[in-house]
Design a protein around this ligand. Sequence first.
Ligand code: DX5
Ligand code: ZN
Length: 246
Amino acid sequence: SPSAIIAPSILSADFAELGRACSDTIGQGADWLHVDIMDGHFVPNITFGAPVVTKIRSHVAKPTQKHGKGTFDCHMMIAEPKKWVKEFKNAGCDLYCFHYEAAIDSTAVESPEERSEKKTSPKELIRYIHDQDMLAGIAIKPDTSVDVLWDILENTDENERPDMVLVMTVHPGFGGQKFMASELPKVTELRKRYPNLNIEVDGGLGPGTIDQAADAGANVIVAGSAVFGAKDPADVIAKLREAVDK
Ligand code: DX5
Ligand code: ZN
């Protein structure tokens, strides 16, 4: 697997001290910041939007290279992922990770005509994100089969291939939920076929669950409550990294 990338989820940070929390976690050894965007439609919770991302960007230096330190990994738990690509680019997002389920069926669209018009194929959306000079990620929820990804990953056009796959290990919407080991066979299967792919896991990760995820082949590790709830966040970040790189 590629080397570990540790991406603390700022969902568990103190939102009233967000700028400080973001720069602190980078100082404690984090590689990326995992930025959870929820719209109250795709998931039953609301977090924040692009104006907040703009503000936290001023506390964290832009990465000097693709995938580099300080990458804003925006996890878009939103019903209309295409609509917000430019806005998040302008806010300082580096990696725009949309949900497969939202790309194929926009729940915000009412009529069948409108639905087919606004429907975006994952490949088109990846190309559109790349056109805005961001990395593109594709996420799948626990109820979605990993099989939906093969056609997208096998695309011969590099512009339409994702730079990362996110396998959710909880039902998206809230921090602090229990890790679902049932999702790890998806990671194993992805790793078997794609030795160099960045495979991210998100939900319930911490010192107690990292070994299973690392053994399956995940290398991009999101951890919210385990990092922000820790007495010594730097130590947790180091432990997560060690488990992946061992
Ligand atoms: C859940 C979010 C996660 C969440 C993880 O919907 O996508 O990123 O913050 O939180 P923990 O690590 O506490 O499970
Ligand atoms: Zn997330």
